[in-house]
Design a protein around this ligand. Structure first.
Ligand code: THU
Length: 129
């Protein structure tokens, strides 16, 4: 699957964002190593900290379907916003080798990696050492 196709999937998920408080819709699509795509959007809550981000929705949905190995993630926002710190922590846990495409609503994107987004992160190796 091409970056553009994964970004398109994330864009479709973004259209389902529940973001009545921030009005900042986010869509994510995660590609498993075996070629499946799982989608996520942000789901906000009147109790603001109960909000969950699009990236974590996508990854946890995939894990719930038995997927543990991830190749790539696309994230789409109106302006190409970067994943938050909490999402980076979950990304390094579940998909440390993922390539990440960060796109805006026009489809323009930049390519990075989870390791670049969270250098020197706390991960399973830290616990096992
Ligand atoms: N949000 C995400 O979905 N992903 C991120 O990585 C950053 C923030 C959401 C949370 C909230 O619904 C809205 O964007 C504004 O913070």
């Amino acid at each position: 699957m091409s970056p553009t196709e994964l970004i398109q999937a994330a864009k479709e998920a973004r259209a389902r964002a529940y973001a009545p408080y921030s009005n900042y819709a986010v869509g994510a699509a995660v590609l498993t190593e075996d070629g499946e795509v799982f989608l996520g959007c942000n789901v906000e809550n009147a109790a603001y900290p109960s909000t969950i981000c699009a990236e974590r929705v996508a990854l946890t949905a995939a894990v719930a379907q038995g997927k543990r190995r991830f190749a790539a993630m696309a994230v789409v926002t109106r302006n190409g916003g970067s994943p938050c710190g909490a999402c980076r922590q979950v990304m390094i846990e579940l998909g440390p080798d993922m390539v990440v495409y960060i796109a805006d609503e026009t489809g323009a994107y930049r390519t990075t990696t989870v390791r670049a987004l969270l250098p020197d992160g706390f991960d399973n190796a830290s616990l096992l050492a």
